[in-house]
Design a protein. Sequence first.
Lengths: 328, 328, 328, 328
Amino acid sequence: MKKLKESGLTKEELIQAYKHVLLGRRLDERLWQLTRIGKTSFNISGQGHEVGQVAMAMAFQPEKDYFLPYYRDMTACMVWGMTAKDIMLGSLGKEDDPSSHGRQMPNHYGSKEHNIVSHSSTVSTQFPLATGVAYAAQLKKSDYVTLTATGEGSANQGEVQEAMNFAGVKKLPLIFVVENNGYAISVGTDEQYANETMAERGPAYGFPGIRVNGNDFAETYLAFKQVVEEARKGNGPALIELMVTRLTSHSADDDHSVYRTKEDLENMKKNDGLLLFEKQLIDEGYMTREEMTDIDAELKKEINKATDEAEAMPEPTADTILDQIYAD
Amino acid sequence: MKKLKESGLTKEELIQAYKHVLLGRRLDERLWQLTRIGKTSFNISGQGHEVGQVAMAMAFQPEKDYFLPYYRDMTACMVWGMTAKDIMLGSLGKEDDPSSHGRQMPNHYGSKEHNIVSHSSTVSTQFPLATGVAYAAQLKKSDYVTLTATGEGSANQGEVQEAMNFAGVKKLPLIFVVENNGYAISVGTDEQYANETMAERGPAYGFPGIRVNGNDFAETYLAFKQVVEEARKGNGPALIELMVTRLTSHSADDDHSVYRTKEDLENMKKNDGLLLFEKQLIDEGYMTREEMTDIDAELKKEINKATDEAEAMPEPTADTILDQIYAD
Amino acid sequence: MAMMTYLEAIRKGIEEEMARDEKVVIFGEDVGGVKGGVFGVTQGLAEKFGDDRCFNTPLTEGLIGGLAVGLGVTGYRAIGEFQFADYILPAVNQLISEASRMRYRTKGDWIAPIVYRAPYGGGVRGGLYHSQSTEKVLFGQPGLRIVTPSSPHDAKGLIKAAIRSDDPVLFYEHKRLYRLLKEDVSDEDYVVPLDKANVVREGDDITVIGYGMVLNHALKAAETLSKEGYEAEVVDVRSLYPLDKETLVKAAKKTGKVLLVTEDNLEGSIMSEISAIIAEDALFDLDAPIKRLAGPDSPSMPYSIALEREFLVDEEKVLNAMRELAEF
Amino acid sequence: MAMMTYLEAIRKGIEEEMARDEKVVIFGEDVGGVKGGVFGVTQGLAEKFGDDRCFNTPLTEGLIGGLAVGLGVTGYRAIGEFQFADYILPAVNQLISEASRMRYRTKGDWIAPIVYRAPYGGGVRGGLYHSQSTEKVLFGQPGLRIVTPSSPHDAKGLIKAAIRSDDPVLFYEHKRLYRLLKEDVSDEDYVVPLDKANVVREGDDITVIGYGMVLNHALKAAETLSKEGYEAEVVDVRSLYPLDKETLVKAAKKTGKVLLVTEDNLEGSIMSEISAIIAEDALFDLDAPIKRLAGPDSPSMPYSIALEREFLVDEEKVLNAMRELAEF
Ligand SMILES: Cc1ncc(C[n+]2csc(CCOP(=O)(O)OP(=O)(O)O)c2C)c(N)n1
Ligand SMILES: Cc1ncc(C[n+]2csc(CCOP(=O)(O)OP(=O)(O)O)c2C)c(N)n1
Ligand SMILES: [Mg+2]
Ligand SMILES: [Mg+2]
């Protein structure tokens, strides 16, 4: 593991990163609670992806860069500008949900305000879309960079190849990410692909492909920083394979103890990126355990507030079902 | 260029190879004639691909191996067992056309008798099909090898990635071929893909990818021989990028002089694989010019006969339009 | 005889056919291993029949579509599962261009005996992409059959017939019926024909035609209406394509008052075709306009509970429409 | 005013819009450079507007579908060409899951103003895969519009309206009309509405509804029939989805005798929906069963001339059906 110091980020930035990571974790825990008690009907979570996502997103300039996420990217979306309340509005299916105004299932992120383009449930359809968003940057002669992500199972979709191929041809300012958590629901990587790494697919389309350990904050951040810089300078796309862990079952509809062994599940917990990140922050003297506890308490309040506020908001009403199908 | 001798083939085999190459050329020339005089409405031709195709096909065992070709593979299909008359029946849209019984356009090859699986016009759909044919070999515990081919533009289709990925996972006895002739109708390779070679995509899916010069008979034959052997032994698939030349316009509906320069077209002709192959055969002492002239005359007769016989055959009748939509 | 859910009946049918014919293989995302499908339909099959005959594919629907065709042409009977009917969309090209045309384009030389299974339908808080009735997208492609059972008895007999059929059959399973319906199902080796609609209730006053969840609503509503003095003839379409015109037209003529019910959008649904057939063949037997009851013309059903309810055709809506027609 | 073919009128419309709005971009296979499309529709556009705004894509329809959506969400007006309507099939997922749902699933926060162009229709010896009417596959997807012009005047006005629309519009061009139809087309900047059917001939005896090639047959047949004493009202559907119900129902009521003509297969065609609408809204105004004239239910049209002719609805078939209905 790289030292956090090597990231070149300031103490404030690293603390901010920690807040993002912890917010992602705590908010997701809340969403599971709400699912269990029936207040929301579904959750699919990014636990185990948070450190990688924060390191990834911090390498961008969210005020101008575009993001086409997938359903595990809640934490990255919050670095990009969405709030806990925004997320909560989506999970509760409220009218003010910025992702879909209650029309999509929870965890389908989007925000016009923050340049986060809406995605569907059909995996990886965002990859071809991302090429359009990135091509628009070339047409506008703007230097924004576009980021899009999917899982390692979903990365096998044909549309992913078509998008990467085109991005290579046009040298688009576009970063492709595969968040590799080793499972596509119950299917392990040995049944998903045969090559050593997913990252190798980058060079096969004419641009760099890099595998990074998503639990290694500095390594991840630096890798993204470099490819984002290149893309912004007009040197074309890159593929980053972000090695992460799926700490939970696939979703609220799945039970991973059916297809994973006890030891496997226990080992996995030891590799919880949040704990490793905390240890690094303490070991390198950026934070103390108490400071972390304080932040945790603060975030809890923030999440409580977000939950209360979101719960109080109205749901879409039946008479809006035909709204916004076509332009007027 | 490798010496023909290095192929390890006997004189008889090399002369047979030459006959296949020349038959492919002469038959295609006839098909162009028939198109010009309106006896057939369409042709799309493999001129410039013949040497590579013969070298490729000879590395297989057509009596048991399966072939899922694309529209330029006439010559390879004839190595696999189809006759000039079979081809002619297809181009003339006759009832006895083994490819489609007059239902598909010319150049859509297939033959139940010769394990050549029918293909559509929609490019590259044969790639996913080929995985099924190859998986059946594993289920049957049979050692047949499956071959499928497409063009370098068509190889970008998402379904191609999905097929290669699955073949890698299951280590299928399946050889993928991209016949790279530099053009997809009017679009050059610089607008089709950004990587150096198409062959690199093999390793990205966990198996070998090799670029070979399709005008170099021995190089091509040896490369195929090796990957076919490995596949037959159960060591999995391979991708071969066959560098060839498209000597004609894309098809009877195209005029390549619109988008290619005069010099380009002239240079190309100098690289005609047929001429290079003839030169090699003569230089290495396998054949004399006269022998070639004799073969040419013989083939002319064969083609005349095939044309006459095919022309005399009946066309499908209108009352068969609803035949064979469903099983009875 | 044994009490079985709709889901168990499907599994039983597959199991019996896999035991009966070793050429039957089944695959899809999460279909193999111990998971046995996200709904559990294929649970136990991998253990029983081996990982070769029941296996996971990578997350690639185009591949699933084509793999099945390739297995079909080599003599296997492939059952390909699409995890949700919404995710057939990436495979539409394979289903239309390949599976449905293989027999026709070779006049029967090559065939594609396949079952494509897909859970469809809403009312499960699945939002826009886990609720769709996508059967209309594939409807009207000669060569392909589309069927769906609406009871456990039919579920077992129909899947068995689909597996034995030499045609490609798209087998839709209503995901809300999976566990909702339970009945005694015969242990016998029976099949339900793929091309016959089924009169599930006799009546003289009105004719209601539907399938899936709404058919069950219609059956319940018919009992209520019966108490009000009206008897409804209720027909399960079952063979969605090709349609069993004879049974449908006969049932329409019998009462002269026709209500067509579907969970899909109003426009472009299969009910529109049925209406056209009746308007062509039974117009002068009608005593009332042919009425369609369907979802609104919005893009599938939103997640939010009020919107989902608004979209869905429920028992009350069916009863009201039936009553109105009876009183016409 | 200038004499223009249907093809030239489409090109003119695109050219005017590209000159008017620099946000309009056009792309597809062979669309850029000097080739300008396999039918030549985009000839000259690359030279006029630059290679950034008129460009070739790799041979990947899924990419074309998604690239357009990505450009749409970033403020561009993309025109994506599918080389043949048959080759929309690999892009169905992008068209249904993304383009048609972007506005709805974000309640208007993100929109996809796109024109997808596609040459459709048979009678060109294109066989099973260059002749299809694939509009039914995309029909009935709320959020998407489907239109097709049947005259040069409409061609120019309709493509302009499609480009200016904030909705995704699938623009079908009948490939036989490209050069067959020629008429004076206004130089003015006019648009033809996307949601209106067009009564192209008035008459009191029968109503004929169609679009594309068969509409032209109907117009000619109407003249013949007129000499026999019957006057046909002929309606161009033009807006295939959503349908202009008002105009269609009104025209049906006017004569009480309705003939629906399509080049597509009988079952599942758009004419079935029109029939259902009329059967629902105008039943008691009808004096004859609603008659559909269409291709047989075979998989598109075979290549062989006798089979192609058998499939196609020609002028004679239309005239016979019209006469029969008039005499009913
Ligand atoms: C086209 C499509 N097919 C299937 C699904 C069902 N599905 C949803 S998530 C998932 C697994 C995704 O695995 P992976 O890509 O590894 O992402 P992860 O969930 O592990 O982050 C599947 C099969 C889908 N949503 N879309
Ligand atoms: C899915 C699909 N899209 C478009 C086409 C039209 N088309 C036919 S051949 C061709 C170019 C193919 O080029 P390449 O793959 O390089 O093969 P080549 O013809 O050069 O051998 C195109 C665009 C098609 N047949 N199928
Ligand atoms: Mg995963
Ligand atoms: Mg080529």
